[in-house]
Design a protein around this ligand. Structure first.
Ligand code: CMC
Length: 422
């Protein structure tokens, strides 16, 4: 076993720590015995240098702009496979055969219905409630219907739990939208597959046999694929943290949805379009870029920067190509597109952005495509939720089978008052 040696300058004492190898990416220093051997903690706010688990699901090389699910490159998956292929891959560690894919698709169609009682929950929300708040509540409420008989050690049961949440989330998502408008809920159509069904439930009038264009299904399916998993990001770490206490998987996913809502994470897609609408014209772009660069101004260019990607976000490259190829067919808002392109052009050539390695991320382009799909801004982060649900539940399954799993419980560096007397 290779080791690294830490020398405490105060005492001259040396301590060896094992180096655990990875199949791709940086090896890790095993510091689990650090506190018991040295009596000190590591200090890493935001976990910029800390691996919280071992995983076989997703690999990211942020410097190279590389993203892989179960070893497959994201560009290959997004251009050659469907979202359901990707869901199957994440859950089963291999791509499905045609027969397996059909069986998986059929199972999801049948599991897409929700308990009638849940409609009462939606009806209880005030008008104009944000879809993300309704969504996290509804997913948490799902645990009340599927609480019994959960034996997580049983692989089949864990997969049923997974299929159920992946299948029901689009229905819950469409219900949040219809509730926010006060229009009748549309039940899933068993004749339609996953992505088409979601657009149908969003748009149809009761009883209407609405046709959804193939180009729209393909575009949204790709967006779901690009969001399917992203290793230990803020929402996934939240899911793992909550699940580590033994909480119900849907309660953990509900917590993940809340973590995703913030602007620094999944909420950025809603903020990007809001920002493009405020900038409104290419002639205003320079002023907003100047604000983004001003350290005294809290303004940030939404859809730019990423904690891990320091070269480019491969998901953004795929979406940019998709946007260019489907621009006319989808009817992308030309003015917003012009503003977005100008921002991109200036930022990619500006030393402020170059030095800080700030590139457009996935959220910079999704909003433009989603707007063309007639999905309202308030539903953008919900689209992220639909795509990511498979990632969260796959990470939950991995956690249940991880023999090194422990309740998440970070330590702290205390810098408060000492020994105050009343
Ligand atoms: N606009 C202007 N300046 C920025 C931006 C931005 N969007 N992002 C980072 N910076 C600057 C920041 O001010 C700092 O400058 P300095 O070194 O002078 O203090 C430097 O770049 C490093 O920023 P950081 O906040 O320390 O970086 P981080 O890794 O902690 O944050 C981030 C990553 C994504 C939260 C951040 O880049 C950000 O807020 N971006 C805008 C929100 C956004 O688009 N989020 C979506 C992320 S992709 C979807 C997902 O996976 O969630």
């Amino acid at each position: 076993m290779n080791t690294v040696t830490l020398i405490d300058n105060r005492t001259g004492k040396k301590y060896d720590f094992d180096i655990l190898s990875s199949t791709l990416g940086p090896d890790v220093i095993d510091v689990r015995k650090l506190y018991t051997s040295i009596g000190m903690f590591t200090y890493d706010p935001g976990f910029t240098s800390t691996a919280s688990c071992s995983s076989t699901i997703t690999y990211i090389d942020g410097d190279k702009g590389e993203l892989r699910y179960r070893g497959y490159d994201i560009t290959d998956l997004a251009t050659k496979k469907s979202y359901l292929d990707v869901c199957y891959l994440l859950l089963n560690e291999k791509l499905p055969t045609k027969t397996q894919l059909t069986a998986f698709d059929n199972e999801l169609r049948k599991r897409s219905f929700i308990h009638e009682g849940l409609k009462g929950l939606f009806n209880a929300f005030p008008d104009r409630a944000h879809p993300m708040a309704m969504m996290s509540s509804a997913v948490s409420a799902l645990s009340t219907f599927y609480y019994e008989h959960l034996n997580v050690a049983n692989k089949e049961e864990a997969l049923v739990m997974a299929h159920r949440i992946i299948a029901k989330i689009p229905t819950l998502a469409a219900f949040t939208y219809r509730r926010s408008l006060g229009i009748p809920y549309i039940y899933p159509d068993i004749e339609r597959s996953f992505t088409e069904n979601f657009l149908y439930m969003m748009r149809a009038y009761p009883g209407e046999n609405l046709e959804i264009r193939d180009v729209e299904i393909r575009a949204l399916d790709t967006i779901f694929t690009l969001h399917a998993d992203h290793e230990q990001n803020a929402s996934t770490s939240t899911v793992r943290s909550v699940a580590s206490t033994g909480a119900h998987p849907y309660a953990a996913i509900s917590a993940g949805i809340n973590a995703l809502w913030g602007r620094a994470h999944g909420g950025a897609n809603e903020s990007v379009i809001a920002q493009l609408e405020i900038i409104a014209d290419v002639k205003n772009v320079d002023a907003f870029i100047a604000r983004a660069k001003d350290s005294n101004d809290e303004f940030r260019l939404m859809g730019f920067g990423h904690r891990v990607y320091k070269n480019f976000d491969p998901r953004a490259i795929i979406l940019k190509k998709l946007l260019d190829s489907l621009k006319d067919e989808l009817g992308i808002d030309d003015n917003l597109l012009k503003v977005a392109r100008r921002i991109e052009e200036i930022a990619l050539n500006d030393p402020y952005f170059i030095e800080r390695k700030l590139y457009p991320n996935i959220d910079f382009y999704t909003g433009l495509i989603l707007t063309a799909l007639k999905i309202p801004k308030s539903m953008f982060t919900i689209i992220f939720v639909i795509g990511r649900s498979v990632g969260w539940i796959t990470q939950w399954i991995e956690l249940q089978n991880d023999t090194e799993m422990k309740i998440t419980r970070p330590r702290q560096r205390y810098i408060g008052e000492k020994n105050k007397i009343l």
